[in-house]
Every structure is written in C-alpha cells, then in structure tokens.
Design a binder for this molecule. Structure first.
Ligand code: GLY
Ligand code: MN
Ligand code: MN
Length: 436
C-alpha cells in the first residue's frame, strides 16, 4: 500500500509546479470532559499518507532538492503512549511512511517557514481547524512581508480540493477491494435485519443486530448514524432516535452502511414489517423501485451525472400523477419541481473515503460531470408522503390513504468500462422477495 500512497503523492506533486501542499491531520473531538471520540484521520491526509495519527502535518514540496515529502508527527513518548496508545514517532515516519524528512510536531513553527520561503504558491484547504487555518494565514502574511528581501515566496494560496478531489473521485483497484468489502458486510447486515424484523420489536433492537454484524465482520462500525425508521418515522430523512416499537402493517426503512478500512457503504431498503405490503405501500414502493432501476440503468461511462437524478425524478413524477397525488402536465411539474414535497433530496452522491465523498457534480452551469470508470456513487430515490405538508395551491389535497408512507431504496454503484456494477445487489428489493 505504501507504493500506492507514494504514487498518489507523486501525481499530486506533478500538478502543483513550484508550489507546496500542506495537509493537516483531523482534529480530535471531545465526547465529554476528558473522554475523546475515537480518532478518525482526515480523508485527504489518509489518502496521501496512510498515516492515522492525530497532531500531524504532511508537506509535499515537489521542487525541494531532497525533502519532497515531510511529515511532522507526535514524537515517541512512553508515558503518553501508556495512556493514549502507540505512536509511530519521528524515525518510523521516515522508515514506514516513506517521508524524506520527519520532525516532531513541536518544531512545525520553526521548520515550515523554511520550506515555504522558496515556493511560489501554497496549496492548502481551509478546514474545520480554525487555529491551524490561522497559523497558515499568519505564516503566509509574514512571508509576504519579507518577500521584497528575497524575491521569492508564495504569492497565493490555492485550495487543494480541485486537484486532489478529482483524483479521489476515481477509485483504484485497492480502494475498490475495500469498498466491495464494506458493501458485502452491509449487505449481510441488511439481510439479517430483514429476517430479524417482526412486529413488536423495537427499532433499536434491529439497529443493534445490524451494527453487531458490522463489528463482527471487522468493520470499524457504522459509516453514519444508522437510520431504523418504522411507519411515519420513515418520512424523517435523518431519523436516528430508533426508539419506537414497530407495528404490523407498517413499513420499516433502514438506511445503514459501514466503514471498513476507511471506506464506506451506504444502503437503504424498505420492507413490510409483517411480511405483506398493503396495496398503497406496494403501489408507492413499485414506483420508487422503478425510479431506482431506471436511474441505475443510466450509470454508464459517458453519461452526464445529472441524468441519474433527472431519470428518477421523471419516473417518480409520472407515478405520482398516475395516482392523482400530483396533477398537471409531467414536464411542467418537473420544471416547477412540484414533486418536491414528496421527493426533497437528490438521487445520490459520490461514495468513498467519505460517505458523501468529494468530487464535483458539475463543472459549472452547462458543463456536466461525465461518468467515468472507477467512480462510485449511490442511487437512492424515495417517496415520502409527509403528514401536514404544505402543498402548492394548484395541487390536490393528498388522499389520506397515502399519508405517512416513507420509502427509499439505495444501492452503491460502480461505474465500469462497459456499464456499471451494483456493489450492494445482494440485498433483495423486489416486492416478491420482500414479502413472506
Ligand atoms: N445515509 C446518508 C445518505 O444516504 O446519504
Ligand atoms: Mn446515501
Ligand atoms: Mn443512506
């Protein structure tokens, strides 16, 4: 794997000329008092280094004669390590992680300016760590003040995102292996949850079964707070209380995925708690399923990303018109976004080191993002007939028999050279397979 991290650094360095790129490890977060949340490295930092400790800075300096990759890390400290775990330390930062030079993080203020004096541009992403942002900005300001003396130094700061995130958007073989694994574990968890579901159980019991499988199979845990939403709770997109007793004749919507080796899966299925859809549930479900299938069919290299959402919206809108939930001419309803009270989110997102992964969705108003092999995305249309929704004046009052039903179906899809592969195809979604 070290060879791949090195290759990624080389690729990035080949695009920044005489610039210097600086990456900061993720901040640590306090849960309560002196207890911290489990540390999770910043995805950009991890992608370029594989280094998973806090309090670290990575510097990429393509024009430096010797130190093209520099790491600042926490030094070995036996006493500290007894409390908070193993540290790689300065020496191993070179030996294990391939840094040309490494320093204790305490020397950052002294050493970093020396690297920056001769570069012409700083590549840095202004992140959540305000203190570190200030450090970089202050340093830049100082270097600009002394610029006339040297005639060298960074005259601009540029975000690393556009370069690095377009790299992260295309997954390598080793990344895809981890994503397959994350998908397989979540598939197993959803299949188990389906079997375990029955009226009378609590949402959290099903959550526990799912997350048990995540950890049992070696995943770090959920990729995001698992959503286990029965009945009308399914109409709350990010419902995570998961504390209700599920009832017969309701639907159960589960949106849960895991993080495995830093990569994520993200699956949603909706199924009837008691084993049989009511006619209304089934009718709406089949519309969402058709929207998802048609949208997935558009996942082809060369197609614009936007086509996936547009396809889903059209099928959903047509379905709602057929049921009399929406009234009007299809194209006009779509143009005026009249479907939005029932379908208020996008049809998916990039997936990878982050659940809502980096990468742009379009290159400006009229320049679409074109699908390419190696991209991974979710396809997740839904319908939510939310109670008490404010409807447009020209739209009919919703027949109460539809109200309170929430459905989403979500798969993770890889763009391949010839089409696509659904990584999460192992969880059933056909009506016949969900009924018992
Ligand atoms: N669970 C987050 C999402 O589906 O985007
Ligand atoms: Mn998703
Ligand atoms: Mn999801």
């Amino acid at each position: 794997m070290q060879a791949e991290y090195r290759q990624r650094r080389e690729q990035l360095m080949s695009k920044i000329g005489n610039g210097i790129a600086i990456f900061r490890s993720a901040p640590t977060a306090v849960m309560h008092n002196d207890v911290e949340y489990a540390f999770r490295q910043d995805s950009d930092f991890y992608y370029l280094t594989g280094f998973n400790e806090a309090q670290a800075v990575a510097v990429l300096a393509p024009s430096h004669p010797e130190h093209r990759f520099v790491l600042f890390v926490q030094p070995k400290d036996r006493e500290q390590e007894v409390w908070s775990g193993y540290r790689c330390g300065v020496e191993a930062a070179k030996q294990v992680y391939g840094a040309d030079e490494a320093y204790p993080i305490s020397e950052l203020d002294e050493k970093l300016p020396q690297y920056l004096e001769s570069c012409d541009r700083i590549y840095y992403h202004l992140g959540r760590d305000r203190t570190f942002n200030d450090k970089i900005l202050n340093l830049w300001q100082r270097l600009m003040r002394t610029y006339p003396k040297r005639g060298t130094g960074p005259i601009a700061i540029e975000d690393t995102g556009p370069i690095l995130h377009s790299m992260r958007l295309i997954k390598s073989q080793s990344e895809l292996e981890l994503m397959h694994k994350a998908a397989d574990i979540a598939v197993e968890a959803h299949n188990h949850a389906m079997e375990f579901t029955q009226p009378g159980r609590y949402e959290y019991e099903i959550q526990a079964e799912i997350e048990h499988i995540f950890r049992l199979r070696g995943a770090n845990g959920p990729a995001y707070p698992s959503i286990v939403a029965s009945g009308v709770n399914a109409c709350v997109l990010h419902y995570i209380e998961n504390n209700r007793q599920i009832q017969d004749k309701e639907l159960l919507l589960i949106d849960a995925g895991c993080a495995y080796g830093y990569y994520n899966s993200d699956i949603t299925r909706t199924w009837p708690v008691g084993g049989k859809f009511t006619p209304e549930q089934k009718t709406l479900y089949e519309i969402v399923l058709e929207a998802q299938k048609q949208a997935i069919a558009q996942v082809q290299p060369g197609n614009p990303y936007k086509l996936i959402h547009d396809t889903a919206v059209r099928v959903l809108t047509e379905g709602l018109v057929e049921l009399g939930i929406l009234k009007g001419e299809i194209d006009k309803l779509i143009e005026e976004e009249k479907y939005k009270p029932y379908y208020m989110h996008r049809t998916g997102h990039w997936l990878g080191l982050d659940v809502h992964d980096v990468g742009v969705y379009q290159h400006g108003e009229d320049k679409p993002q074109i699908l390419q092999p190696g991209q991974v995305l979710t396809v997740e249309p839904g319908l939510y007939i939310v109670p008490d929704t404010k409807l447009a004046e020209d739209q009919p009052q919703t027949d109460p028999r539809w109200v309170g039903i929430g459905i989403r179906i979500e798969d993770d899809v890889l763009v391949t050279a010839t089409g696509h592969e659904v990584l999460t195809a192992g969880v059933p979604k056909e009506v016949a397979d969900l009924e018992r």
